[in-house]
Design a protein around this ligand. Structure first.
Ligand SMILES: C[S@@+](CC[C@H](N)C(=O)[O-])C[C@H]1O[C@@H](n2cnc3c(N)ncnc32)[C@H](O)[C@@H]1O
Length: 220
């Protein structure tokens, strides 16, 4: 008969997040209450709940721990990311340039009970992203669209092999609509860049606000 230790080792190998799998029913109840109460009050270009849930699922399924978000706003997506990281034993760095939004986000993180899982930075991500040392195994991009390609170029070397780069308001249907060059919207150019980056394997989630989900297959 298989020993308990062997069974545990097999479980840990099959479920990447299981090693850190941290049960915290009190925290879960607090976050759930926060999300339920705020469900209809997100008004600062925040992600819809379905996208928050999709990001949460990726982090928990893969067991990611070192996460970066570009574009906090008032913190809806960061709440989902940090909740997932509370399961994997990870932490989120999130960046916002607008002081009012940053302050409201920090209040939300406290109310949701997730403050310890979030390093919230009030900064211009154009400058901070290149300066961060990383590494990150999960990145969520949701800031100024014209800069998406540059954020991707700056962040990709800091993404671990097997890591995941996600971006919001992105769809492959928009890609190339206006052709290359002048007039091409930031996210269109970004989708072209994603598709032409050989070590990134990309899927698109078309429900919600549109998400690209790209996994890094090698260091190149
Ligand atoms: C779409 S909202 C983010 C929504 C957020 N992810 C959520 O779901 O709650 C984009 C945010 O990016 C911020 N932003 C724009 N340019 C930025 C920059 N250069 N550095 C940091 N934040 C920036 C904006 O102030 C805005 O709050």
């Amino acid at each position: 008969m298989m020993s308990r230790t062997l069974l545990l080792l097999i479980t840990l190998a099959v479920i990447p997040g299981a090693m850190a799998g941290q049960e915290n029913p009190d925290l879960d109840a607090r976050v759930q209450k926060f999300l339920d109460e705020h469900r209809r009050s997100w008004r600062d270009a925040n992600v819809p709940m379905s996208d928050g849930q999709a990001l949460y699922d990726i982090i928990v399924e893969k067991g990611y721990k070192q996460a970066l978000e570009i574009g906090t706003s008032t913190g809806h997506s960061a709440i989902w990311l940090a909740w997932a990281l509370s399961k994997t034993g990870g932490k989120l760095i999130t960046i916002e340039i607008d002081e009012g939004r940053y302050r409201e986000a920090v209040r939300n993180f406290e109310e949701a009970g997730l403050r310890d899982y979030i390093d919230a930075r009030l900064a211009d991500a154009h400058e901070l992203v290149p300066a961060l040392s990383g590494p990150f195994d999960f990145i969520f991009l949701d800031a100024d669209k014209e800069w998406y390609s540059q954020y991707f170029r700056d962040a990709l070397p800091k993404l671990t092999v097997g890591g995941c780069f996600t971006a919001h308001n992105v769809s492959d249907r928009t890609s190339g609509r206006r052709g290359r060059g002048r007039g091409m919207r930031g996210t269109d150019e970004f989708v072209e860049l994603l598709k032409s980056t050989p070590n990134m394997e990309t899927q698109f989630i078309t429900t919600g606000g549109g998400l690209s989900v790209s996994y890094k297959s090698s260091g190149l």
